[in-house]
Design a binder for this molecule. Structure first.
Ligand code: MN
Ligand code: MN
Length: 250
């Protein structure tokens, strides 16, 4: 059961409208590394984890629920970043006269520029988020990784959190709004926290490598095929590490 708590998990605010950044931020709303993908991935995985790991079911459902709260924050921020644009559109409709909106020096160019840089909001949704990535590609369940083996799923989750973290880091380069920066830093930090929680959960399952029941063929488990014609780079990946340690996480 879900309860609707009226407050956001973080007090998200914006300094002013910014439809271009709202478009970029859609990446974390309906994109492949975004909040809905994370929420649904952990939600789906939780069912498979229930037996024999009821504690991991709880972990996955808790974090899935938090990701829905992040989705709410991202959606609210996108809406606030469009508020000015939304108001202009509503005024235009009320006046039934787009030329009033477009009057004034540079206004028409500015409006057209906004429409071209944020076409989904201007032409489709009327000022709210759309369930797509920043390029307008619809969200899809194909983003979800759930393979029914908890050690596999937790590794997928650690990777998902890494990707969500770095996308927030990239996004932070494209806004000067201190309020939006605060929100993005909060969301980015929670992905770091989730990464650590998933890693800690994986570590409680031993042995956890290789995944599943079947072991690898010992003739090939540590064989490195040198496919280079020159410059043989050496490192622990091809120098041999002996047998895998019991319960090794990485
Ligand atoms: Mn999140
Ligand atoms: Mn997360």
């Amino acid at each position: 059961m879900f309860h609707h708590v009226k407050e956001l998990q973080f007090n998200a605010r914006v300094s002013g409208p910014d439809p271009r950044f709202a478009t970029l931020l859609l990446e974390q709303f309906g994109g492949g590394n975004g909040e809905l993908k994370a929420a649904m991935q952990y939600f789906i995985q939780a069912y498979g984890a229930r037996q024999p790991y009821p504690d991991k079911y709880d972990l996955l459902m808790d974090i899935a629920t938090e990701e829905f709260s992040h989705l709410e924050i991202v959606g609210a921020t996108i809406t606030m970043l469009l508020d000015g644009v939304n108001g202009e559109l509503k005024d235009a409709v009320e006046q039934s006269d787009l030329t009033k909106l477009l009057s004034g020096p540079g206004a028409k160019e500015d409006y057209i520029h906004k429409a071209m840089t944020a076409p989904q909001f201007m032409a489709l949704t009327g000022g709210g988020p759309h369930l797509t990535n920043s390029q307008g590609v619809p969200w899809t369940g194909a983003y979800i990784n759930a393979n029914g083996d908890l050690t596999v799923d937790l590794r997928s989750d650690i990777a998902a959190e890494s990707r969500a973290k770095i996308v927030y880091e990239y996004l932070l380069q494209f806004t000067d709004d201190p309020y939006v920066q605060d929100t993005l830093r909060f969301l980015m930090t929670r992905e770091i926290a989730h990464f650590q929680m998933f890693a800690a959960a994986l570590d409680t399952i031993r042995p956890n490598f290789p995944p599943g029941v079947l072991q690898g063929d010992p003739r090939f488990t540590h064989a490195y095929y040198n496919m280079s014609s020159s410059a043989n780079a050496r490192g622990p990946w091809n120098e041999g590490r002996g047998p895998w340690l019991e319960g090794e996480s990485w």
